[in-house]
Design a protein around this ligand. Structure first.
Ligand SMILES: NC(=O)C1=CN([C@@H]2O[C@H](COP(=O)(O)OP(=O)(O)OC[C@H]3O[C@@H](n4cnc5c(N)ncnc54)[C@H](OP(=O)(O)O)[C@@H]3O)[C@@H](O)[C@H]2O)C=CC1
Ligand SMILES: O=CC(=O)O
Length: 324
């Protein structure tokens, strides 16, 4: 049997590339190449499998340019960049990487809150700038213990963050579209969205980006939060109205924002958010540990191989798909 033609917008980690090498001819889009480059369009014509990253929109136009496509996979759990319904209509299963990134992403998310609350980043900057010895003052942080954490999107990662918060002595409230049947066993309390905004000392967002969640945090929502509120977004940038956030931080409508995701990504060097003192930003590194990124790459390879061989994917977004 011949090899499958696979196109990647970025190479996977070596362990996954090796796994695929035996049965696939792999073409990787160059660092400088745009997705609409002539190379990419040419490769798509014969591609059996496509490996994408989450900044790449997958829409009808791209699918039409790839008539042989059997499977699309992405080393990420979020798939808001992919028109899944269009893939399903074309009998293309879409694979993602849920589960394997939960603990790493929860560590980074809770780490952002802890770092912000205790001013760890500011302390390091203070030491670096030689202010320790000249008696400069560093502002106080606040105790997490005894505070209320509101989690919007208490799913796999949200729950792993809740467990961390509970160990730190925080009370956890949450908002999902549906109440979790296990909330009592988990020691978390449900709150309507507006209630959560009002009650929480710290708010963490971990819901997917969707038509419902896009712009879910805007002027009205920041105005409802406590002026002392710490806001953390580790989900997707467009869930937050960035202009409204800049205004809320500038006017001290809320106290602080920490983010692993922004809109846009990457943030331009002169972006207003980067001029504010009450902001902490990491460059979308929630799942970026060696162990987790390796597990994600391997699951992506397994998803790809399954789709190429017309088998059910280990992690499939559109389970209802009819395999080509
Ligand atoms: N920063 C990073 O590097 C990473 C970011 N992520 C982001 O985190 C997201 C969550 O991942 P994961 O925990 O695995 O996903 P899950 O599907 O397990 O959890 C998502 C939760 O969000 C809730 N939710 C969905 N829609 C809404 C809504 N409109 N309002 C309130 N809650 C909602 C869901 O509950 P219900 O359906 O009942 O509403 C569910 O509990 C991903 O989609 C991705 O965007 C993930 C990994 C790394
Ligand atoms: O943002 C990362 C993801 O896995 O989703």
């Amino acid at each position: 049997m011949g090899k499958f033609n696979v196109v990647m917008t970025r190479a996977l980690l070596p362990a996954a590339q090796e796994k695929l090498a035996e049965s696939c001819i792999i073409r990787v889009l160059g660092q400088e190449e745009q997705p609409d480059s002539s190379n990419f369009r040419e490769w798509l014509k014969t591609a059996d499998g496509l490996v994408v990253n989450s900044s790449m929109p997958i829409d009808e136009r791209l699918l039409a340019a790839a008539p042989n496509l059997r499977v699309i996979v992405q080393p990420a759990v979020g798939y808001d960049n992919i028109d899944v319904e269009a893939c399903t209509r074309r009998s293309i299963p879409v694979g993602n990487t849920p589960g394997v990134l939960v603990e790493a992403t929860a560590d980074l998310t809770f780490g952002l809150l802890l770092c912000a609350a205790r001013r760890i980043h500011e302390g390091w900057d203070f030491v670096l700038k030689g202010k320790w010895s000249d008696g400069g003052n560093l502002s106080f942080g606040f105790d997490l213990a005894g505070k209320t954490l509101g989690i919007v999107g208490l799913g796999r990662i949200g729950l792993a963050v809740a467990r961390r918060a509970q160990v730190f002595g925080m009370k956890v409230i949450y908002h999902n579209r549906r109440r979790r049947p296990d909330e009592q066993a988990l020691g978390v309390a449900y709150a309507a969205f507006d209630e959560l905004l009002v009650q929480a000392d710290c708010i963490i967002v971990l819901s997917p980006l969707s038509a419902q969640t896009k712009g879910m945090f805007s002027r009205e929502q920041f105005a409802k939060m406590k002026p002392s509120a710490y806001f953390v977004n580790a989900a997707r940038g467009p869930i937050v109205d960035t202009d409204a956030l800049v205004e809320a931080l500038t006017a001290e409508t809320i106290a602080f924002a920490a983010m692993d995701v922004t809109d846009p990504e990457p943030l331009p060097a002169d972006h207003p958010l980067l001029k504010l003192p009450n902001v902490l930003i990491t460059p979308h590194i929630g799942s970026a540990t060696t162990e987790t990124r390796t597990a994600m790459a391997l699951l992506t390879a397994d998803n790809l191989l399954a789709g190429l061989n017309k088998q059910p994917l280990p992690a499939c977004v559109n389970n209802e798909v009819n395999y080509k």
